[in-house]
Design a protein around this ligand. Structure first.
Ligand SMILES: Nc1ncnc2c1ncn2[C@@H]1O[C@H](COP(=O)(O)OP(=O)(O)OP(=O)(O)O)[C@@H](O)[C@H]1O
Length: 225
């Protein structure tokens, strides 16, 4: 189910009573929209992304996905919401080095009920094939940067998410590979009607988005369509 995002009076802090890392008075993103987030290092882009995923412990205000305010959820509820709706691609991938691509991509289903586990494995394999990740039992520790990035994308897609949150998904990839990954990511999001929010410095990626938001010092400076 496609989900829109509505942010109201969002403040993210690194610790209780600490300084504001992010302050967004208002932001609306339509269901199925693809939005890029850019800004200098330390601007608060990752902090915003984590808050959107309900992964920041010190938030005030509303982060409403559809009718649900993830900023007000207890950690266990937020985790359940993420499992059902959110696919995340982290800046440093966070892969399990000792496992192969299939196990990595399907990992979130490891503790799911049997039927869901099978469905997730199926979607993980389909995503790996479509992203042309080398098959087989090789551990991902032997994978190149681009291959690892594609495993991380496949893992995000394996949960059939309605929300895709990506932190620098094309970082450190050569131009051709980053263009391809951007296309794959957009295609996967559009196919599902998923809302895509991608933090990036990559101009080609930003250019491919419906809208680009610029953040500086934790504040939205401008929005360009
Ligand atoms: N838990 C925390 N406690 C205190 N400060 C934090 C915490 N997490 C991040 N920060 C600070 O908040 C600011 C924003 O960090 P963030 O990682 O969100 O920036 P970014 O825009 O994603 O940067 P980059 O492009 O370098 O990844 C930085 O100054 C960072 O040092």
């Amino acid at each position: 189910m496609p989900l829109s995002l509505e942010i109201n009076d969002l403040v993210v802090r690194g610790r209780r009573g600490g300084r504001e890392l992010v302050h967004v008075p208002h932001l609306s993103i339509a269901a199925g929209e693809a939005v890029g987030v850019r800004g200098p290092s330390g601007a608060g882009k990752s902090s915003l992304l984590f808050a959107l995923a309900g992964l920041s412990p010190f938030v005030e205000g509303e982060v409403r996905w559809g009718t649900e305010n993830i900023a007000a959820m207890r950690p266990a509820r937020a985790a359940a919401f993420r499992r059902s709706h959110v696919g995340m691609i982290f800046q440093d991938h966070l892969l399990f080095e000792e496992l192969g691509p299939d196990a990595n991509a399907a990992i979130a289903g490891a503790f799911a009920p049997r039927a869901e586990r099978a469905a997730r494995r199926e979607r993980a394999s389909a995503a790996l094939r479509r992203l042309a990740v080398p098959e087989g039992a090789r551990k991902v520790e032997t994978f190149s940067g681009g291959e690892r990035q594609r495993v991380a994308v496949a893992r995000a897609l394996a949960g059939a998410p309605s929300i895709l949150l990506a932190d620098e998904p094309t970082a450190s990839l050569p131009r051709e590979a980053s263009v391809k990954l951007t296309q794959d990511l957009l295609h996967a999001a559009r196919e599902r009607g998923a809302t895509l929010i991608a933090v990036s410095h990559d101009l080609a990626l930003l250019d491919a988005m419906d809208r680009v938001i610029t953040i500086e010092h934790g504040r939205i400076l401008e929005t360009v369509r």
